[in-house]
Design a protein around this ligand. Structure first.
Ligand code: MTE
Ligand code: HPA
Ligand code: MOS
Length: 771
């Protein structure tokens, strides 16, 4: 058909709107709390520890039980099965049992007729504590060698020798803060008992299968008796990868005991007091380099604030270690990483998953090297990049994976041009020379981010595709939708495979009774994994339809074409729905499953070497800021961003992800500050004191583009993941602020600035550099 030949028909690579966009903006998208409540639904609230570390001598819950509207109170002793929600190591009680390990740790659950009454009652507990020594800082934990996991180390070459031989050396301490996920929809689970000891849980979670597993163990029932469903989340950002388990576990316990539906919805303060955040990192480093700025040896110790339990701190630290290189070839390295046990919330996944914490250290080091040598930091970056893919060498990472897809040279060159970097550098120097109070700064930072779960077996996914007789298509897969557009992209893949318009395809809620044993939607792999699984399922149906079309219309099966709701074979074209109906009458199977496991991944945790990643996603950004040296206030004036989404499945959604990640990462590095008081209580547990970026913090001039590229790895339609990597792009904001501060001392001294660069921190750094 001419229509087909003019522009090849495609549903991938197009900027379709998010499949729920209209529902989102009209308020009709259903979240867990929007599910109509079943008759008799009760509401639970948690009673929280007031101490950072203590034995619980006595819990007097009489007043709680007698409070208005209260139906029951449950503690750790009430679990028929195991009171445990640790995702890897079983060191994480759902409800504290005899000992509390942080302020905010849940001690009991109270069930009442309303959410409000449950919350009021929870405050009436009289708990007697016997205080134990609390460790509140990672460095203090390190001094006591108190870790949640054994220390990790990775060495290549001889870093000590390289340092000794290097013409220049710098060493120092540095730190970056943690970050609250601040999903707009808080943690929530709604549990409804089913017949024969069954349990249904609607839960806002990135990991329905893990919730099923935790609930089954907590209730001592088989997994087949637990159904967990998630239509969508109002954001997860890693905070609902493992830590939705506490909420699912408690709601299920209460519902099981009472045999009534129970909803547990966290209000913002409880959510922030109970759940873990991004890991803050403390570094000690020593680096050697030559007169050009080439890095010769790096020795690093990273201490992360793990909190009271292991949770995902192990793989987070591993990803930090594997991202210390960022985009740079480091010949001789010696890295140690410790997950420090502190009496604070158990820190967990957050967009980037340790990658940002690893990569930002080398950028900080390069920033110092450049200033020390009086060079533009961009030139030092260019000098240290991994080699091009032309066999020039310098392309094996410190953990042994060969970089075969390096596009950082071309990508940065394009951005340097399009952002007018060199001319703006000169203009800013001129501006600063005549502006005593306001100072501008500029920085270009690159990133390289490894795509795949760094726990190899998690890189698998399944999907089901159903074709109905009217030609409409239903897809179910193991991934979860949290706003990132996963369902839109998977629907595009299936529509493309079957040659039907996107409007013919619908994606259902994620449901553990459909695809079994799913991985979390995390590590930015949602589309890579579930897209491939759904494609495999759709492909089988396509093959069966092609065989049937060739048999009935003439032609040969391998040449049947599927496009725009039509099927052509042997010169004849029919409607997709028409052929489907005929195929049904001929008893052709019109649904299929699909499975995908990412090939060629392996990892040796002991030596910390292997091939942990399927490919790398690259990007770079240029940020220009202005700071007020009298108040520490600042503004991002302009940001130019170039991101490598490979052969993008949906450029509009990918740009949205880049913009969102950029602003979220900027918040982490600037305004978002977690503060615990001397007793270990998190004092920044609400938006009144914890400042995420607002729309007014977005730069007025925000130029986001996708780099023209095709994945060399056989990913879904050669696209690349986009969920997490762009969180590293606002490193450029932080280093632009540092550049502006340095201008106060004519770039002769290094500003003392840790992240987050709050206005207070900026002002302190300005004052310090003046002294
Ligand atoms: N985008 C939105 N809107 N909301 C989210 O919660 N989470 C991020 C990213 N983008 C998130 C998001 C994180 S932490 C990950 S790992 C990926 O989305 C997960 O989805 P994907 O693998 O489908 O990209
Ligand atoms: N990202 C997110 N979650 C994970 C990972 C990862 O790399 N590895 C194990 N769980
Ligand atoms: Mo994302 S931190 O891997 O959920």
């Amino acid at each position: 058909m001419s229509k087909q030949n003019a522009t090849p028909w495609a549903e991938v690579g197009k900027s379709h709107p998010h499949e729920s966009a209209v529902l989102h903006v009209s308020g009709s998208a259903n979240y867990t709390d929007d599910i109509p409540e079943t008759q008799g639904t009760l509401h639970a609230a948690l009673g929280l520890s007031a101490q950072a570390h203590a034995l619980v001598r006595n819990m007097d819950l009489d007043a709680v039980r007698q409070a208005q509207g209260v139906i029951a109170v449950f503690t750790a002793r009430d679990f028929p099965g195991s009171n445990q929600c640790g995702p890897i190591i079983k060191d994480d009680p759902i409800l504290a049992d005899g000992v509390v390990e942080y302020v905010g740790q849940p001690l009991f659950a109270v069930v009442a007729r309303s959410h409000e009454l449950a919350r009021r009652a929870a405050r009436l507990a009289k708990v007697e504590y016997e205080p134990l020594p609390a460790v509140l800082h990672p460095r203090a934990a390190h001094e006591q060698q108190s870790y949640v996991l054994p220390p990790m180390s990775l060495a290549r070459g001889n870093a000590q020798q390289a340092l000794t031989d290097a013409p220049h050396r710098i060493s120092g301490e540095w730190q970056v803060g943690g970050q609250e996920q601040f999903y707009l929809e808080g943690q929530i689970a709604y549990a409804i008992p089913k017949e024969a000891q069954g349990m249904y849980v609607a839960c806002s979670t990135q990991h329905p299968s893990e919730m099923q597993h935790v609930v089954a163990h907590a209730l001592a029932i088989p997994s087949h008796s637990v159904q967990v469903e998630c239509r969508r989340m109002g954001g997860g950002f890693g905070g609902k990868e493992s830590q939705s388990a506490l909420w699912a576990g408690v709601a299920a316990l209460c519902a099981f005991k009472l045999q009534r539906p129970v909803k547990l919805r966290a209000d913002r303060d409880d959510d922030m007091l109970v759940t873990g955040k991004r890991h803050e990192f403390h570094y000690d480093y020593e680096v050697g380099y030559n007169a050009e700025g080439q890095i010769l040896g790096v020795k690093v110790q990273m201490l992360s604030r793990a909190g009271f339990s292991a949770d995902l701190s192990g793989p987070v630290a591993t990803r930090a270690v594997c991202h210390l290189d960022n985009a740079y070839f480091l010949s001789d390295v010696d890295i140690r990483a410790m997950c420090c046990k502190t009496n604070t919330q158990s820190n967990t996944a957050f967009r980037g998953f340790g990658g940002p914490q690893g990569a930002i250290l080398i950028e900080h080091i390069i920033d110092d090297i450049a200033r020390h040598l009086g060079k533009d930091a961009l030139d030092v970056r260019l000098l240290n990049f991994y080699g091009r893919n032309d066999g020039e060498g310098r392309n094996i990472t410190h953990y042994g994976q060969k970089v075969v897809d390096n596009v950082i040279h071309e990508l940065v060159a394009e951005l340097e041009q399009s952002s007018d970097y060199r001319a703006r550098r000169a203009a800013i120097a001129k501006y600063n020379a005549t502006s005593p109070v306001l100072k501008k700064g500029l920085a270009l930072t690159p990133h390289k981010f490894g795509i795949a779960f760094n726990v190899t077996h998690l890189n698998q996914a399944g999907a089901l595709v159903h074709v109905y007789l009217d030609g409409s298509v239903l897809v179910n897969h193991g991934g979860t939708e949290m706003g990132q557009g996963l369902n839109t992209k998977v629907a595009q893949v299936v529509a493309h495979e079957l040659g039907v318009p996107l409007s013919a395809v619908k994606v259902t809620a994620t449901d553990t009774t459909k695809v079994a044993n799913t991985s979390a939607t995390a590590a930015s792999t949602g589309t890579d994994l579930n897209g491939k699984a759904a494609q495999a399922a759709a492909h089988q149906i396509r093959e069966r339809l092609a065989t049937f079309a060739a048999a009935t219309l003439g032609g040969i099966a391998s040449e049947v074409s599927f496009f725009d709701g039509h099927i052509s074979s042997g010169g004849d074209t029919v409607l997709f729905a028409e052929l489907v109906q005929k195929a049904y009458l001929a008893r052709v199977q019109l649904w299929s499953d699909g499975f995908y496991a990412t090939p060629d991944l392996h990892w040796d945790g002991k030596s910390m070497t292997g091939n942990p990643f399927s490919y790398y996603a690259y990007g770079a950004a240029v940020s220009e800021v202005v700071i007020d040296t009298l108040t520490g206030e600042w503004k991002l004036l302009r940001a130019d961003v170039l991101y490598d989404a490979g052969n993008s499945l949906n450029p509009a959604i990918d740009k949205g992800q880049v913009e969102g990640a950029f602003i979220q990462g900027m918040g982490w590095l600037t305004t978002e500050e977690l503060v615990w008081n001397a007793n270990g209580k998190l004092t920044t547990h609400a938006p009144s004191t914890y400042k995420i970026p607002a729309i007014s913090d977005c730069p007025e001039d925000f130029r986001v583009s996708l780099f023209k590229n095709i994945n060399v790895a056989d990913s879904i339609h050669r696209s690349k993941a986009v969920g997490e990597p762009p969180l590293l792009l606002p490193f450029s904001v932080f280093f632009a602020i540092r550049d502006a501060i340095a201008s106060v001392a004519d770039h002769q001294r290094h500003p003392l600035l840790s992240a987050p660069a709050t206005s207070e921190a900026i002002l302190r750094a300005v004052n310090a550099i003046r002294d």
